[in-house]
Design a protein around this ligand. Structure first.
Ligand SMILES: [Zn+2]
Length: 231
């Protein structure tokens, strides 16, 4: 068992034993946090600077639609009404970016089309990163995601950024479909426990993000994490 496998195994075990994890039944709708943000509006930055070759300039509009979905009641599972504000600074609460291929760029498992990684401190989100890929292999050929597909993916990830876990109901936007199957990242949000946070940092380090834009961002993020976690 190499280090990475060990970390992932550890995280999965933690996820399974952690109450309220996405593995629970629908009776209690799985939530990472009931009310993750301590302020409103929730600011959103869409990264249109570091874009992959098959990025579509129509994608930001899908984000706007996704924000409206949640502002207008979403899937009915939020206990609060979120208000979003698009901002032009990447110090935003929610950072959204695209990569060409999730598996190649972020080291995610096959079939992962997007993920949301919230950063938790004192039981609240301090920020959440949403990374989407612009397409995936269907059969033998690579296909770019169209706007309808992208909107679904972004809406789902935004749901995580609002504190929701995965639904067992295939009709629910928070049901993880094949395209929306994510890696372990969303499960880490239960965590205010130091051990898990350390595991997160190790996992982040090991996955080795390769995108140039991602790398630059990752350094900024590392500083934030150092500030938050090493006091
Ligand atoms: Zn998900």
């Amino acid at each position: 068992m190499n280090v990475r496998t060990a970390v992932i195994a550890a995280l999965l075990i933690i996820a399974i034993v952690t109450p309220g994890s996405a593995l629970l039944g629908e009776k209690e709708y799985p939530k990472f946090l009931e009310e993750p943000w301590d302020h409103s509006p929730i600011t959103v930055y869409i990264d249109e600077q570091n874009i992959p070759p098959h990025y579509s300039p129509t994608y930001p509009a899908t984000v706007v639609n996704a924000m409206e979905y949640w502002e207008n009641g979403g899937n009915g599972k939020l206990s609060y009404t979120p208000v979003f504000e698009l901002v032009n600074t990447n110090d935003a609460d929610i950072y959204i970016m695209w990569v060409e291929n999730m598996e190649e760029v972020t080291g995610a498992e096959k079939g992962v089309a997007g993920f949301c990684r919230p950063m938790v401190a004192n039981g609240r989100y301090v920020r959440a990163d949403i990374v989407m890929e612009v397409g995936d292999y269907r059969g033998y050929s690579w296909q770019q995601y169209g706007d309808a597909n992208m909107e679904q993916l972004v809406t789902h990830e935004l749901g995580h950024a609002l504190g929701l876990g995965h639904s067992n109901d295939p009709r629910d936007i928070m049901y993880p479909t094949y395209e929306q199957r994510e890696n372990i990242n969303p499960l880490l949000v239960e965590t205010t426990y130091p051990l898990i946070i350390i595991a997160v940092l190790i996992a982040i380090g090991i996955s080795g993000y390769l995108g140039v834009g991602w790398l630059r961002y990752h350094k900024r993020r590392q500083k934030l994490e150092d500030k938050l976690l090493k006091k």
